[in-house]
Write a protein that binds this ligand. Structure first.
Ligand code: SF4
Length: 295
């Protein structure tokens, strides 16, 4: 819970504030960009919410914040914000909110399907979220993109009895469906797992319904560059492998990218393909530059 004693000095005066426990995960800036902004290694409130919609978003950011770093001077009724999660992104795909601190505030998603719901990476095991997920059919499968974003996976497994799907090279704990190798694996007609080693050795992405790609920490959207991007500074295994794995995705068509961190992006699959080509070119260029540097 946020403490006014730890209120960051960069916050604008008024009801909402961010305190010094902020881990700079970016969720609040995604959810309520009119209120929160990055400042140094934290977020701050740069403008107090003024409209009903801005207030609603600030409340939702407060609920999603993994470290409880967003506070309000008065007591706020968060019931509406809590009930907003899981929040529909497109069709039957939802953003779970309730980020876990252990995932550094990673985004997790719920695909609601008649054949059984799929949780993509694990959020915080929060009572309200769990109840809401129960109401919309529970969880049949939990797809874990990689070892950093597993969150409260064990609690979700225990509660829903769902099978966890993970690559053997990243599974540091027993999982019910352990995938191996680099061949894509079809979990169902509409669920294709594509191994993408690079960020970690056992990283995988999930292509849903031939159009929505859950990318974990493999691939992200950069609003600044208006392009797809990958983060070299947090590549823990191999940048060369990650480049190769991003290039491999050129063989697929998708119009949504839903990453573990940062903004989601939707455009035509044709445009997405161009963004991906540009990203691969940039990654290869960067690799050549860095090879040059080491000589
Ligand atoms: S959601 Fe919380 S932890 Fe993440 S940037 Fe905002 S205040 Fe910081």
């Amino acid at each position: 819970m946020a403490s006014v004693k730890k209120r960051l000095p960069g916050n604008v005066a008024g009801e909402f504030y961010v305190d010094s426990t902020c881990i700079d995960c970016d969720q609040c800036r995604q959810i309520a960009p009119a209120t929160f902004r990055a400042r140094g290694e934290h977020s701050i409130v740069f403008r107090q919410p003024a409209t009903a919609e801005e207030l609603r978003r600030a409340d939702k950011a407060m609920v999603a914040c993994p470290s409880g770093s967003i506070g309000a001077l008065g007591k706020r009724d968060l019931s509406e914000a809590i009930a907003a999660y899981p929040e529909r992104v497109d069709g039957n795909v939802h953003f779970c909110g309730f980020a876990a601190e252990s995932t550094y505030g990673g985004s997790s998603y719920l695909i609601v399907r008649p054949q059984g719901n799929v949780l993509v990476d694990a959020p915080r095991f929060a009572r309200h979220l769990v109840r809401r997920i129960e109401e919309i059919g529970g969880v049949r499968l939990m797809f874990l993109t990689h070892v950093d974003d597993v969150g409260d996976h064990a609690k979700f497994r225990r509660h829903f009895g769902c099978d966890r799907v993970m690559h053997g090279d990243d599974a540091r704990f027993p999982v019910e469906r352990r995938l191996e190798g680099e061949e894509p694996a079809r979990l169902a007609d509409d669920l294709l797992v594509i191994p993408t080693p690079g960020h970690t050795k056992g990283h995988q992405v999930l292509l849903y319904a031939g159009r929505m790609l859950f990318t974990g920490d493999h691939l992200a959207w950069s609003p600044e560059e208006h392009s797809l991007t990958a983060y070299r500074d947090v590549c823990w295994y191999s940048w060369a492998e990650q480049t190769r794995s991003v290039e491999k995705l050129l063989a697929y068509r998708f119009d949504w990218v839903l990453p573990g961190h940062g903004p989601r992006h939707h455009c035509s699959s044709r445009e997405m393909h161009h963004h991906l080509e540009r990203c691969v070119r940039a990654m290869k260029g960067e690799r050549q530059r860095s090879v040059g540097k080491t000589r």
